[in-house]
Write a protein that binds this ligand. Structure first.
Ligand code: SF4
Length: 340
């Protein structure tokens, strides 16, 4: 059996653009465009990129909350994209999601205890009412809330507390894998670190595996074992978190990292400001998708689409400045003033 808990291969999610009276398909928004990665048991993969880069769509396609257009997703070696309704329902217990805005996914008319009890009952995880109540109290305590809060309604909690409730809900079915979809983006900075620390503690307590989605590299730095950077539906760089933070190879990752404040002022790097707008995923540029904004672009960049090349150490980059990213048969000439 594979050593990976999750294996994603050539995942695509295209949304059709329809026009006219007959709703004819005139194009596609290529939200996720040939994405592949693995996640090992107990590991956290950070998935980072600007809003609209396809990271949330990728996370939801893996869970089949939206149906992928093509590609393969395996959970413990089993193909998820081909599962029927019954098998998928069983799998939902193993794969959960924590949303950016937990409030919108909580029923305002049901107490928190009632909501958790319903899930526990539905999945047959406890049979007697007393056992269900005990489990609800335990879940609230696990996420740092008092057991008596079970009688409260969602509107009675702060943003940070609601996110803890979202985490309790995900944990209530005892999953192995959780997609954390920008779980701290809507929270104050002081609360963000509390929630990240809680997720880290829960991971070591329960052996959880995370796909942690964020738009900011600083958020995923302390929780990720590996990091993948997405741009316009593609992974442009993926590697060990420490290696990627210390030796970013892709100009897009370099620009994202230049915006992250460093605690050591001596390591201050110059901020790289990207000019121009992100092109539309419905009308992708030729060559490297990043070339219209790339400060290091050279002649071949508007002609050749780079592959996600491995430098031999597991650090993958999609940039023609690196020999491993040149597609087979393409001769790339890097001009003298361009350096990686
Ligand atoms: Fe920039 Fe060219 Fe590398 Fe694309 S291939 S990231 S445009 S240098």
């Amino acid at each position: 059996m594979s050593e990976n808990l999750i294996e994603v291969r050539n995942l695509k999610k295209f949304f059709p653009i329809k026009r006219g009276l007959l709703s004819k398909t005139v194009g596609h928004v290529k939200a996720v465009n040939d994405v592949s990665f693995d996640i090992k048991p107990g590991e956290t993969l950070g998935l980072v990129g600007e809003s609209g880069c396809g990271k949330t769509t990728a996370g939801r396609s893996i869970l089949r909350l939206i149906e992928p257009t093509a590609g393969s997703v395996k959970f413990e070696g089993k193909e998820v994209t081909k599962m029927g309704v019954t098998e998928m329902r069983r799998l939902r217990r193993e794969m959960q999601i924590i949303f950016q805005d937990p409030y919108s996914s909580l029923n305002p008319r049901i107490t928190i205890g009632g909501m958790l009890a319903e899930i526990i009952k539905f999945h047959g995880l406890r049979t007697t009412q007393a056992a269900i109540n005990d489990r609800v109290a335990e879940l609230l305590e696990i996420v740092g809330l008092r057991a008596e809060y079970s009688r409260r309604y969602p509107h009675e909690f702060s943003g940070g507390q609601r996110q803890r409730i979202g985490i309790a809900r995900a944990l209530s079915v005892e999953p192995k894998f959780i997609v954390c979809d920008e779980p701290v983006s809507a929270l104050d900075v002081s609360i963000q670190s509390q929630v990240i620390n809680l997720l880290k503690d829960l991971q070591s307590q329960f052996g959880l595996t995370y796909l942690f989605i964020a738009h900011d590299l600083s958020v995923v730095e302390h929780i990720s074992d590996r990091v993948a950077v997405m741009y316009l539906g593609e992974i442009v760089e993926i590697g060990d978190a420490k290696e990627l933070y210390h030796n970013p190879k892709h100009p897009y990752t370099q620009s994202l990292l230049s915006a992250v404040p460093h605690p050591d002022p001596r390591r201050k790097s110059e901020r790289i400001i990207l000019t121009g707008d992100v092109p539309s995923p419905a009308n992708l540029p030729n060559g490297c998708y990043f070339h219209p904004r790339c400060p290091k672009a050279f002649t071949d960049c508007s002609r050749v689409h780079p592959v996600l090349g491995n430098d031999g150490s597991g650090h993958h980059t999609r940039c023609l400045l690196w020999p491993e990213s040149a597609p087979a048969g393409e001769k790339i000439t890097v001009t003298e003033n361009q350096t990686a």
